[in-house]
Design a protein around this ligand. Structure first.
Ligand SMILES: Cc1cc2nc3c(=O)[nH]c(=O)nc-3n(C[C@H](O)[C@H](O)[C@H](O)COP(=O)(O)OP(=O)(O)OC[C@H]3O[C@@H](n4cnc5c(N)ncnc54)[C@H](O)[C@@H]3O)c2cc1C
Length: 398
């Protein structure tokens, strides 16, 4: 197995580094570096810079207007972006609904939606979960009644990340109750400005706003917004979730967080010495770094399968999601540990970017919110318990 980059890959890595260095706005980079909250404008500004370069939808093949990168190029882009403090690219458009549209959408849907996703002029959100349907998603109850040229949609979605920023929502709805639950589900696209769509914020523990409930009351959804065949939405949803789980191995985040951990461990002292010189703490960092390398190698295997047009397979996608989130969470635990008593402070003003911006202070202040926020990694995209069930069934044949 060849582990070093080829000369072409090295040249590509240099190009990515040069582009980010020249184009990432300093204020956005500083917010990421110091773990401050990102606004819609921060995220969109960076995504649109990437869009103009043709790199926002960087996982897409060339016929769909993507750069057609190999698995290694994508890996280089993600790890370099993380290293240079780029904001996380929101996955809902380019990584979730985009691939569903170019695999299963109509020519009209592709023409209407793919350019806005590619250029990041449109923000999408994911309307899957409901108050009584999370892990058991196939039990979802949001109804879509056939009214000739449109569906009349009624129901409630919950935990809808950034619905308050979104222009469109891709949504699972129930169009039939006749057969097994999975076959009565359809995949529709809902314009968030449609009458009857109400977004209600759900505040987070550390004062941020990303979650929402979305109430749908007599929302008219044109039949032209049905993706693929009626009743086949579960198939498209599963396709999307497999991709989401590979992305949820969180290599970019873990690379970034590991670098922060090492920097903090060099800055804070323990018994008068830098914490990084404590053999016990060093061993903890080394152990998690080795685990991260293992996740990276397996992510490359999955990306390689996806790059050649095949599915990574539910078993590999699920095991990557489990391991990737465990490693990411372990790093945030160590950051919290390194921060010591100062890490227990919660300063909402500082996290919003106001007040004393001394880097070490902000890193310490971010330790607790980040630790709590990253607990969510093992829940979203399908909880880790559910992923273990999938591995047990599909890989171990239990
Ligand atoms: C940060 C974050 C962002 C999210 N963003 C979105 C979004 O944008 N759009 C969206 O639609 N959803 C979103 N979600 C929702 C997410 O998909 C659900 O939270 C998740 O699927 C779990 O569903 P639930 O919360 O209803 O928990 P439940 O399904 O009620 O599960 C509760 C607990 O029981 C366990 N459990 C359930 N069933 C089993 C089983 N069969 N075997 C073993 N254990 C089981 C679970 O692992 C979990 O620990 C987000 C969630 C988070 C945390």
């Amino acid at each position: 197995m060849q582990l070093a980059f080829s000369p072409e890959e090295q040249a590509f890595a240099d190009e990515v580094r040069a582009f980010i260095t020249a184009n990432l706005p300093a204020d956005i980079s500083a917010r990421v570096e110091h773990d401050l909250h990102m606004t819609r404008d921060d995220t969109m500004r960076w995504q649109q810079i990437l869009g103009r370069k043709g790199w926002h939808a960087y996982t897409w093949p060339t016929p769909q207007g993507g750069p057609g990168w190999s698995a290694v190029q994508r890996y280089i882009f993600e790890t370099t972006s993380a290293e240079l403090n780029c904001p996380t690219i929101q996955p809902f458009g380019p990584r979730m609904v985009g691939p569903v549209l170019f695999n299963f959408g109509s020519a009209e849907q592709q023409a209407q939606h793919l350019p806005g996703i590619r250029d990041s002029t449109v923000w999408w959100c994911q309307g899957y979960s409901e108050p009584a349907s999370g892990s058991d998603l196939a039990s979802l109850a949001t109804r879509a009644e056939d009214r000739g040229d449109h569906y009349l949609v009624n129901g409630q979605k919950i935990w809808t990340s950034y619905a308050h920023h979104a222009d469109w929502m891709f949504c699972l709805v129930r169009t039939s109750r006749d057969a097994r639950p999975q076959t009565g589900i359809s995949f529709v696209l809902i314009d968030m400005t449609s009458p009857g769509v109400v977004v209600q914020p759900i505040p987070m523990l550390e004062g941020t706003h990303s979650f929402n409930s979305v109430f749908l009351t007599d929302v008219k959804v044109p039949k032209a917004n049905l993706v693929g065949e009626e009743g086949q939405g579960w198939r498209y949803a599963k396709f999307l979730l497999e991709h989401e789980r590979v992305e949820n191995s969180n290599i970019g985040f873990s690379t970034f967080a590991l670098r922060r951990l090492k920097r903090m461990a060099s800055s804070v002292t323990n018994n008068g010495k830098p914490l990084i010189d404590d053999p016990l703490f060093r061993a903890k960092i080394s152990a998690v770094e080795v685990q991260l390398k293992g996740v990276e190698m397996n992510t490359l295997r999955a990306l390689s399968a996806m790059g050649s047009g095949s599915s990574p397979g539910a078993g590999l996608a699920s095991s990557l999601k489990i391991r990737g989130t465990e490693v990411g969470q372990r790093i945030t635990e160590l950051i919290f540990e390194a921060a010591g008593p100062n890490g227990h402070r919660l300063d909402a003003d500082l996290l919003a970017g106001h007040g004393d911006m001394a880097p070490i202070t902000t890193s310490l202040t971010g330790a607790a919110p980040n630790y709590f926020w990253r607990r969510a990694m093992s829940i979203y995209g399908g909880s880790n318990e559910i992923q273990r069930n999938i591995v047990a069934k599909q890989v171990l044949g239990l």
